[in-house]
Design a protein around this ligand. Structure first.
Ligand code: PRP
Ligand code: URA
Length: 209
């Protein structure tokens, strides 16, 4: 699928299977999401540009590789995005963070915004939007709309599970934003849940229901 990368690393797939299992506890679910986020972060940042800088090792001087450009921005779609955010910040501790508060109205499946806070200078930065679930994509489209309105131009979307319907909607709305996911599942059900999926990611992370 154009613009979509499925991260099929065996460790990701193994951990995802445990997360899908309804018997997995809240504590394990959260720990696994954090572990998977490290592996997904590795893939979504694989092609970041490098430059070099001069350093002194204990033995000699060398031109050593270092990341080029301005600090990355991770944009977490609340609440469940924070499950990916924490691990990603372990790998890229200098990243800036945006929070986009959205919830899905259970009747209409429209995204309702309740919070937005982002670094003021999004232009010239790579913004990686994180949310475990891309279902109808109403939330993801709204989050990217908002970030683009704040002048972000270079964006990627990272999730754990995507529905084919959500990918189509998202890529139509934002064809310039590549999607990274650990799985493209079968479909959405009549309530807008991903099947086979893993249930409600926020509820499973935080033990709410
Ligand atoms: C979930 C999920 C996404 C959204 C995906 O959030 O984390 O943000 O649903 O669905 P969509 O693609 O159909 O918009 P939810 O609204 O349940 O909020 P929460 O993270 O606070 O639980
Ligand atoms: N949000 C979730 O958390 N899970 C789904 O399956 C769909 C939307």
């Amino acid at each position: 699928m154009q613009g979509v990368t499925v991260v099929d690393h065996p460790l990701v797939q193994h951990k995802l299977t445990i997360m899908r299992d309804q018997k997995t506890s809240t504590a394990s679910f959260r720990r696994l999401l954090r572990e998977i986020s490290l592996l997904l972060c590795y893939e979504v940042t694989r092609d970041l540009e490098l430059t070099t800088r001069t350093i002194e090792t204990p033995l000699t001087t060398m031109e050593a590789p270092t990341l080029e450009g301005k600090k990355l921005v991770f944009a977490s779609v609340l609440r469940a995005g924070n499950g990916l955010l924490d691990g990603m910040l372990d790998l890229v501790p200098a990243a800036r963070v945006a929070h986009v508060g959205l919830y899905r109205d259970h009747e209409t499946l429209e995204a309702v915004e309740y919070f937005f806070k982002a670094p003021s200078d999004l232009e010239n930065r790579l913004v990686i939007v994180v949310d475990p679930m891309l279902a109808t994509a109403n939330s993801a489209v709204a989050a990217v709309d908002k970030l683009k309105a704040r002048k972000a131009t270079n964006l990627r979307f990272l999730c754990l599970l995507a529905a084919p319907e959500g990918i189509k909607h998202f890529r139509t709305a934002h064809p310039d934003v590549p999607v990274f996911t650990a799985s493209i599942d079968e479909r959405l059900n009549e309530k807008g849940y991903i099947v086979p999926g893993l249930g409600d990611a926020g509820d499973r992370m935080y033990g709410t229901k």
